[in-house]
Structures are given as structure tokens and as C-alpha cells.
Design a protein around this ligand. Structure first.
Ligand code: PPS
Length: 568
């Protein structure tokens, strides 16, 4: 599949005139509201970033991609680009139907002509595509806990691009980038993919790669969706802009890619290379542990550090883009210079600051040396990552009804207010049910909605630097995990299990509910006729039997202090 880097890439959009007409017609179709990830996927499908795909994968293509990275016609494609929907929505459509695809504001972006509808084997997809059916992998977790149960596939007719209000001038479609390369006369261009701020090691690596390939450089960071917990893209783009003048202007360009990453290591690297090929690039940098998802639930890496390079090397001729492979760059103190790992002079002192260490230093307000990064980048990061003692966080109490959650949560709130510094909000189970969730009952579905609402409010409070204290029963592990993820994108999440036994709660029966539950007058009562999945590894477990409220609240304060969230 040889693609010239200068000729336009096929897009899925109809002409502006037809788009107007189609948009009106599509108003009568059944609509699917795209998730943020699906919106990212759709944008790259429509603008040719995912060429040769013509829509969301149908079942035969999906099977081929999952099993051996090939579409049904034999062409290479490593990543399942699927439209997952709920069972309730899937029931309303059949192959042969057209549906409108809308963004989160309700704008119609495209029409999907459904050719296939099926229930995928998600565990198989996890094993084959991501290497393990382990929810420690962010994409596997997404697959099992966020994605809908049913997939719809079929060709897409593009009506309009998703709208972006941020960094508009820095976003380019594949054809816009191709046109830019034509205009400036660049023949060889090497792309650098990143989801992190650029530090000196990256600059050194990109310089070397461009020199080695005798090519111009495109810094092509992902601003769609990256790994949960990454530095947000607004901050990152400000960081990229801050270092751009350290590159020669006539040979370097910065463009933003609205990709939703999966962190799939080798397969992802191959996918990234194909996307770059589609954007008109001739070379692509693959470093150590490209798109690595971190550790699995056994504490081991999901992929070998150079597996991604191996896979891209194997397929680079077929794709039509050359890989520029790199070892990790490390700083050699005596030479005051960066070297690729493995080329370090014998006996020299190697300095390196890992991502985790960098986050620790930012969190604790510690020094970040000049050899590691640029002062402008560090200043930008410090602006958005204040030290932990100034960041927002959420304390999430969970336990049976009557276990003492609310009482401890109240005591904790008062203690934190006494300290001052950050606003404190208490989202107590009963209070939330009155103000936010008054229409909900206690089925699993309703409890999940209730907890996710609490999680959403807490995540907003955390994002804006406040302290949220939540005290619902929250009986299900998966739901608590989803809330943890929502919050950890912005700050710390401290799960506190109030481990009062059901016998003790029933003995206390402060609200008289256990009696009613025993008599069958309250159905689905947690601990009596409904499940409670106790947290396995909460940040703190408090026992209330024989311990007073004040000391339980104090245990929470000590935990917060040990995590650097409050100062003694
Ligand atoms: S959940 O599962 O997290 O949504 O529950 P939550 O919103 O925290 O529950 C709040 C209070 O509702 C009372 N209540 C019940 N609890 C459990 N099961 C059933 N069926 C039920 N019906 C009413 C109960 O008093 C909870 O109060 P707490 O504050 O936990 O004592």
C-alpha cells in the first residue's frame, strides 16, 4: 500500500453542499451520542488519519484485526476501531439502518450505515490486542467497564469535523499537513509522537533522529485522550510552545493530533506509524517502551521495552514509513551531555529522573534540575501541578448503612475546616439522595448512577482545588474504581473503608432500617438482602467497634498527612 507523502489522502467527507442537505435529512434518523473516545476515532476516520478504514469495523474486519492485525481484504490494520453501544440502543437498530452520529453537544458529525451488529468477545479482544485480560491495562479496563456491550460497524459518511475551540491553529488534518509539507518543500519528515511534556532528553532524541534521517522534524503530540493521570493537554501544549524556539524554525513544526490512545505498546506503535504515514510523514521515531501502559496487576511490565520497535521494523516496508529507533536517552554527568542508553562511556555517572520521580518532585515542590528540563517547562508544570498540600483531593468513605461513615465524615470535615486553606464539601449518602438523586432507588443500576454522580461532583471539586468528603454505602468494587479513576485525573483519592460488621450495624440500628429490612419491609437492603463488596486494598480501613469517632477521624488525618495532602 504505497502512499505518496504529497498526494492527498482519501477522506470520508461529502462536499459542503451535500453536507448541508445530509445534515437536515440526518435530523430524522435515530442518533447515537458519541463518547469522547468515539469522537476522536470518528475525526481520524473522516479526515483520513485512519486510512484505509472507511468506517467503524464490521465483524469480519474486527475478527481479522483482533486475530492477526489484518482487515478481511488482507491489508494491515492493528487496532480495532469499533463503535460500542449499549444493549438498549443496539435493540433499536439492525444492519441496513442508517444512524446519525452526534458529538456531546448534539451536533451531527456523520452518518453510520450499519452493516454489522454483534456482541464481541471482550476477553479475547483484551488478550489478543492488549496482551492480557487484565484491567490494570487502561484499555482493557475501558473495554470491560466503560465500553458498551454491543458493537456496530459500517461505512461512515462524514458531514463535519468535530469542533475544537482550543489551539485551533495548531491542529491539522492529514491533508492540511501534506499541503504544508508541499508548500515548504519538505521531502523527508520525521515524526515524534508524545503524550508527555518535552524535556531535554526528548529534545536531544528528536535532534538526533532528524540528523540521522537527514529529515525535517514534526513534533506530533497526542491531544485526544492519553493515559489516565497524564498531564492535561492544555498544559502540555503550553509546554511544547515554550520549547519550540529551542528548535530551528525552518526545519521543525508542531502539530496536534486528536487521537485517543489505547496504550497498546507494539500494536499501538504500528498504528501510530500508519497514522503518521497518512499524515504525509516519511519517518517515525519509536523509542523505549512506546505507548507502554505501565505495570500489570502482578507488578510486571505488559510489554518488553523494545517489542514495539521490533513490530514496527517488521512491517515498515509494507506501511511505507521508516522507523527511526532509539534507546532511552540518559544524562552523563561528567560529559554534561545526553547519550543513548548503551552508548554511555565506561564508568561515567548516569543521571535520570523517571516520570514518577518528576511527579513526586512537582508534588512536593522539590527542585527539578536544569540538566533535566527547561525552566519554562518546569514553570508551566508547577503552575498546573501545585505541591500536594495545595491540591484538591477526595476522601471517599464506604461501608454499610449505620457503620458510622457520616459521623466520621462530619468530624473529619470540621477538623479540616479548622485547619483552613481549602474549601471542604461533604457529600453524605443521605444528603445526596435528597438533593442529587431523589428519583433513584436501590437497585444495582440506581446505586451505580448515584455513586457516579457523587464521583462526578467530587472530581469537579478536586479539579478546582477543594476537598470533597463522600460518605455513601457504595457497595460495588467496579463502581468505586470508576469513581477513583474520575478523581485521580485531578488529584488524590483516599478510599476509607468503615469496616463495622453487619452484626454491629444491626445491633446499633440507628435509623431502625435493619429491623424493617429483616421484616422484608425494605427490599434490597445492603448487608441483609443486597451485596456489599468490601474494598480489598483501601487507603485506610477504620474499625469503629471500640474506637471513638474522634480517633477514627484522626486516623484519616494521619493518612492524609502521610500522603503529603495536609501539612502537620
Ligand atoms: S448507595 O448504595 O451507595 O447508593 O447507597 P446510599 O445512597 O449511600 O444510601 C443512603 C441511605 O439510604 C438508606 N437506605 C438504604 N441503604 C441500603 N439499602 C437500602 N435498600 C436502603 N434503603 C434506604 C440508608 O439509610 C443509607 O444511609 P447510610 O447513611 O448509609 O446509613
Amino acid at each position: 500500500m504505497a502512499l505518496s507523502s504529497h498526494a492527498p489522502i482519501p477522506e470520508l467527507y461529502v462536499s459542503a453542499e451535500s453536507a448541508q442537505k445530509l445534515k437536515i435529512e440526518a435530523g430524522n434518523l435515530l442518533s447515537w451520542d458519541l463518547t469522547p473516545r468515539q469522537t476522536c476515532d470518528l475525526e481520524l476516520l473522516m479526515n483520513g488519519g485512519f486510512y484505509p478504514l472507511k468506517g467503524f469495523l464490521g465483524e469480519a474486519d474486527y475478527d481479522g484485526v483482533v486475530e492477526n492485525m489484518r482487515l478481511a481484504d488482507g491489508s494491515l490494520w492493528p487496532m480495532p476501531i469499533t463503535l460500542d453501544v449499549s444493549e438498549a440502543f443496539a435493540e433499536k437498530v439492525e444492519p441496513g439502518t442508517d444512524i446519525a452520529l452526534r458529538d456531546q453537544e448534539g451536533v451531527i458529525l456523520a452518518i453510520l450505515s450499519i452493516s454489522d451488529k454483534w456482541v464481541p468477545n471482550k476477553s479475547n479482544e483484551a488478550e489478543k490486542v492488549f496482551g492480557a485480560d487484565d484491567v490494570a491495562h487502561p484499555a482493557v479496563n475501558y473495554l470491560h467497564n466503560t465500553a458498551g456491550k454491543v458493537y456496530l460497524g459500517g461505512p461512515v459518511t462524514g458531514i463535519q469535523q468535530p469542533v475544537h475551540y482550543d489551539f485551533k491553529a495548531r491542529r491539522d488534518t492529514p491533508n492540511e499537513l501534506r499541503a504544508f509539507f508541499r508548500k515548504v518543500g519538505w521531502q523527508k519528515i520525521v515524526a515524534f509522537q508524545t503524550r508527555n511534556p518535552l524535556h531535554r532528553a526528548h529534545q536531544e532524541l528528536t535532534f538526533r533522529a532528524a540528523r540521522e534521517a537527514q529529515a525535517n522534524l514534526l513534533i506530533h503530540p497526542v491531544v485526544g485522550m492519553t493515559k489516565p493521570g497524564d498531564v492535561d493537554h492544555f498544559t502540555r501544549v503550553r509546554c511544547y510552545e515554550a520549547v519550540l524556539d529551542k528548535y530551528p524554525q525552518s526545519t521543525t513544526h508542531l502539530s496536534l493530533l486528536n487521537l485517543a490512545m489505547r496504550m497498546a505498546g507494539p500494536r499501538e506503535a504500528l498504528w501510530h506509524a500508519m497514522i503518521r504515514r497518512n499524515h504525509g510523514l516519511t519517518h517515525f521515531i519509536v523509542g523505549r517502551d512506546h505507548a507502554g501502559p505501565g505495570k500489570n496487576s502482578q507488578g510486571q511490565d505488559f510489554y518488553g521495552p523494545y517489542d514495539a520497535q521490533e513490530l514496527v521494523r517488521k512491517h515498515q516496508d509494507e506501511i511505507g514509513i521508516r522507523m527511526v529507533d532509539f534507546k532511552q536517552m540518559v544524562y552523563v554527568q561528567e560529559k554534561a551531555q545526553y547519550f543513548p542508553e548503551g552508548e554511555v562511556p565506561e564508568g561515567a555517572t548516569v543521571l535520570n529522573i523517571s516520570g514518577t520521580e518528576l511527579r513526586r518532585r512537582l508534588r512536593e515542590g522539590l527542585e527539578i534540575p536544569e540538566w533535566f528540563s527547561f525552566p519554562e517547562v518546569v514553570a508551566e508544570l508547577r503552575r498546573t501541578s501545585p505541591p500536594r498540600a495545595k491540591q484538591g483531593f477526595t476522601v471517599f468513605f464506604t461501608g454499610l448503612s449505620g457503620s458510622g461513615k457520616s459521623t466520621i465524615a462530619n468530624a473529619l470535615m470540621v477538623k479540616l475546616m479548622e485547619m483552613g486553606g481549602r474549601p471542604v464539601t461533604l457529600l453524605d449518602g443521605d444528603v445526596v439522595r435528597k438533593h442529587l438523586s431523589s428519583e433513584l432507588g436501590f437497585s444495582k443500576e440506581h446505586r451505580d448512577i448515584n455513586i457516579k454522580r457523587i464521583g462526578y461532583v467530587a472530581s469537579e471539586i478536586t479539579k478546582n482545588g477543594g476537598i470533597a468528603i463522600c460518605a455513601p454505602i457504595a457497595p460495588y468494587t467496579a463502581t468505586r474504581r470508576a469513581v477513583r479513576e474520575m478523581i485521580e485525573a485531578y488529584g488524590a483519592f483516599i478510599e476509607v473503608h468503615v469496616a463495622t460488621s453487619v452484626e454491629e450495624c444491626e445491633r446499633r440500628d440507628r435509623k431502625g432500617l435493619y429491623k424493617l429490612a429483616r421484616e422484608g419491609k425494605i427490599k434490597e437492603f445492603t448487608g441483609i438482602s443486597d451485596p456489599y463488596e468490601a474494598p480489598v486494598k483501601p487507603e485506610l480501613r477504620v474499625e469503629t467497634e471500640g474506637t471513638d469517632v474522634d480517633s477514627c477521624a484522626h486516623q484519616v488525618l494521619l493518612t492524609l498527612e502521610s500522603m503529603g495532602l495536609i501539612k502537620a
